[in-house]
Design a protein around this ligand. Structure first.
Ligand code: SAH
Length: 259
C-alpha cells in the first residue's frame, strides 16, 4: 500500500515566521485582489488568468504526491491568493507556507493536501478544524464535506476568515473565535477532526468529540522539528494511532479553556 506521506522531508504546516518568508518576489509584481462573482462550488470567475495558470501548475505538482483526485480537484477550485491578500498572486501558488498576519502562517499546500487526504473523506461528513488561520483549509474542506466547524484563538484572524469565507460563498463553514483545546462540544460528535497547530499532547476532549468510525489528524510534539503528524481512528470505542511522518507547525497555544 502506498504510504500516506511520500515526501522524505519535513513538511511545513504553519510555522513561526522567519525573515526569509518576506521574500515575496516572482514573475508577477502586482497583487490584484478581485471580487469573485461566483459561488464557492465553481472555479472562481473574474480572477486573473495568471491565478488559474499558477494554480493549475501547483495542482500538477501536488498530484505527484497526492492520489485522492477529490482533494486535488477541491484545491484546484479554491483561490488561495484571496486567502493571502498581502502576497502576490504568483507567491500564493508556490508550495510554501506564508505569513497571514498576527505572527501566523497559512500552511504549505502539500501539507494541506496530505492532511485532507488523510481524513479519508467520503462526502457528507461533519468536520471540526482547530486553527482556522486564513480559512484556506476550511474552504478546501467545505467543498468536500457537508459541514465545517472551525475554531481560531486569534480573534482578528477569526473575524477576517469568517468574512472572507462568507464573501467567497463557503456557506457551510462556521467560524468560532476561541480556544480549540476544548473542541466544540455543542456541535459534537464530529466525523472528522483536523488540527492545524501542534499541541504537545492530543487534548482528551478531541477524542471524546470524535464520532464512532471517526478520524482525527493532528500534528503533535514540542515546537521545532520534532513534531509528528498523527492519525487516530475510533472504532468500536477503541482509538488506533498511526504515524504519518515529521512536520513543523506553530504550537497550539493554551487559550481560555480549562485543561
Ligand atoms: N489552517 C490554517 C493555518 C493554520 S496556522 C489555514 O488554512 O490558513 C495555525 C492557526 O492555529 C493559527 O492561526 C493560530 O492562531 C491557531 N491556533 C493556535 N492555537 C490555537 C488554539 N488553542 N485554539 C484555536 N486556534 C489556535
Amino acid at each position: 500500500m502506498r504510504p500516506a506521506l511520500m515526501a522524505p522531508f519535513v513538511l511545513v504546516g504553519c510555522q513561526p515566521l522567519v525573515a526569509t518568508q518576506s521574500g515575496d518576489s516572482g514573475p508577477s509584481t502586482s497583487s490584484p485582489v478581485t471580487s469573485p462573482t461566483t459561488t464557492a462550488r465553481a472555479i472562481p470567475q473574474g480572477e486573473p488568468e495568471e491565478a488559474r495558470e499558477y494554480r493549475a501548475e501547483l495542482i500538477r505538482s501536488l498530484a505527484r504526491e497526492i492520489h485522492d483526485g477529490r482533494v486535488l480537484d477541491a484545491m484546484g477550485r479554491v483561490p488561495r491568493h484571496l486567502f493571502m491578500p498581502r502576497a502576490t498572486v504568483w507567491r500564493a501558488y508556490v508550495d510554501d507556507p506564508a505569513p497571514i498576519g498576527h505572527g501566523q502562517t497559512i500552511s504549505q499546500p502539500l501539507i494541506v493536501a496530505i492532511m485532507t487526504q488523510a481524513l479519508d473523506l467520503q462526502g457528507g461528513e461533519r468536520v471540526l478544524e482547530i486553527g482556522t488561520g486564513s480559512g484556506y483549509q476550511a474552504a478546501v474542506l467545505s467543498l468536500l464535506v457537508s459541514e465545517v466547524y472551525t475554531i481560531e484563538v486569534v480573534s482578528d484572524l477569526a473575524d477576517e476568515a469568517r468574512s472572507r469565507l462568507q464573501t467567497l460563498g463557503y456557506a457551510n463553514v462556521q467560524v468560532r473565535d476561541g480556544d480549540g483545546y476544548g473542541g466544540w462540544p455543542e456541535q459534537a460528535p464530529f466525523d472528522r477532526i483536523i488540527v492545524t497547530a501542534a499541541p504537545e499532547e492530543v487534548p482528551q476532549e478531541l477524542f471524546d468529540e470524535l464520532a464512532e468510525g471517526g478520524i482525527l489528524v493532528i500534528p503533535v510534539g514540542p515546537n521545532g522539528w520534532k513534531q509528528r503528524l498523527l492519525r487516530f481512528r475510533k472504532l468500536n470505542g477503541h482509538v488506533s494511532r498511526e504515524d504519518l511522518g515529521p512536520v513543523a507547525f506553530v504550537p497550539m497555544v493554551p487559550g481560555t479553556s480549562a485543561r
